[in-house]
Design a protein around this ligand. Structure first.
Ligand SMILES: Cc1ncc(COP(=O)(O)O)c(C=O)c1O
Ligand SMILES: [Zn+2]
Length: 413
């Protein structure tokens, strides 16, 4: 059995087939390309038991990933994040079987490390020596560090409003970094123009190369594995460019085809902010594609994507699984960010908190019921967004004292 069962790339819009062993961008029709594997070969040679015996990182699924040679893997130990039960919060919301896949515990602190590990490894394997990308911050940070580890140059352009710590990570890793006084689409235009002028750079913008999604699909593979090769009823995902939700959908379909899971696919839920909800609007209209969202703004910065290249793939995944799309306000998601920390001890990112608010809303509307097993994706650590929880703790003088509990209105312990 080869290390990797990648067979070709195909276009989900026009059906064209492309060579996977050349550097590829999008299809000539403009659509993202999807990696395809010889799943029959994998099913005949590999079993879930084999996977369980391998090191606990995302590369344990190497037959289903696009890197041909083990020596070409660029890794910082990414993957196999915990699938945590949230019993207190779940009971409070009305879904006792609430689980959270916590991507805050991964190199760089967000799930973007998965896409970067696989994307950079495959780009390096195909001879790419420099990558360029627009980003809302987290992806740029992740691709910068993996590029550094691969000995590759990186050019990163992010909105000035992106989380400040992601700038530091890019700069520390030696990326050529620029800020733009605009949104991710503006950064994307600047990157595309620079790549056209420079030799040797690959544009690795969201879904403009085929392998980032392969890294992100491992979230779906891990959820199934962690549930004992069983699928949950619902998966909720904070959706910006949509790579994560498209990747999870792709992973679950591959697992069905392999025969490693059976039954209905989970209902997939795209969660967006009320300040940028193009997928929600399109879903409600039953549309196949989204319209650009004007004046996009939300504290959940990673999901500030006014028009996603893969919008039609996100919508297909929602329609095909009987899922839905939900918009939540910044105020509500910030309150839930605190609720998760207070009730469950997890300091999650605002994008992840948006999913908790969406669970709250869907319980309220009856779309979710108490018997549903619901998995939410927390896509990153709250540590990246320290400003989302303003604090004003009292300052004590060194000769002062901590107030007694009764002075705080609490009984003495
Ligand atoms: C923390 C976080 N969550 C979610 C997203 C949205 O990701 P996707 O492109 O998979 O929709 C991003 C993208 O920047 C992010 O940084
Ligand atoms: Zn095409």
């Amino acid at each position: 059995m080869p290390f990797c069962a990648l067979s070709h790339l195909d276009c989900p819009r026009c059906g064209a087939r492309h060579d996977a062993d050349q550097v590829q961008g999008t299809c000539s029709c403009g659509s993202p390309l999807l990696a395809r594997y010889d799943l029959r070969l994998v099913a005949s040679q590999v079993s879930p038991g084999d996977i369980a015996g391998r090191p606990a990182d995302l590369w344990r699924y190497h037959e289903l990933l696009p890197v041909r040679e083990p020596g070409h893997v660029v890794s910082l130990g990414e993957g196999m994040t915990p699938l945590l039960a949230l019993p207190r919060l779940g009971r409070a919301l009305g879904v006792p079987s609430l689980l959270m896949k916590d991507e805050g515990l991964i190199p760089t602190g967000t799930f973007k490390a998965r896409g970067a590990a696989v994307g950079v490894s495959r780009a390096a394997e195909l001879g790419v020596s420099a990558i360029a990308m627009p980003t809302n911050g987290n992806a740029g940070a992740a691709w910068s560090v993996y590029a550094a580890r691969a000995g590759m140059r990186s050019l990163i352009v992010m909105p000035a409003a992106a989380p400040a710590v992601t700038r530091a990570e890019c700069a520390a890793a030696g990326a050529e970094l620029y800020l733009v006084d605009g949104l991710i689409g503006d950064a994307g235009r600047l990157v595309a123009e620079a790549v056209a002028r420079r030799r040797g750079y690959q544009d690795v913008s969201t879904l403009k190369e085929p392998y980032r999604i392969e890294g992100k699909k491992t979230m779906g593979l891990e959820i199934a594995k962690q549930l004992g090769w069983r699928l949950p009823g619902v998966i909720m995902y904070p959706t910006g460019g949509g790579v994560g939700i498209i990747g999870i959908y792709k992973a679950l379909r591959e697992l069905l085809e392999l025969g490693w899971v059976s039954g209905d696919l989970p209902r997939l839920v795209a969660v967006q902010s009320a300040g940028c909800a193009p997928i929600v609007t399109a879903f409600q209209a039953g549309a196949a594609e989204s319209e650009p969202w004007p004046d996009a703004a939300t504290v959940a910065f990673g999901i500030t994507v006014p028009k996603a290249l893969g919008d039609f793939l996100i919508l297909q995944a929602l329609y095909a699984t009987g899922g839905t799309a939900v918009a939540v306000t910044d105020e509500a998601l910030l309150a839930d960010q605190r609720a998760v920390a207070r009730l469950e001890g997890c300091f999650i990112c605002p994008e992840g908190a948006a999913c908790i608010t969406a669970v709250r809303q869907l319980c309220g509307s009856g779309w979710l019921s108490g018997s549903d097993e619901v998995v939410v994706l927390n896509t990153g650590t709250g540590l990246i967004y320290p400003d989302t929880v303003p604090t004003r703790p009292p300052v004590l003088s060194p000769s002062g004292a901590v107030p007694a509990l009764r002075d705080r209105g609490q009984p003495e312990g």
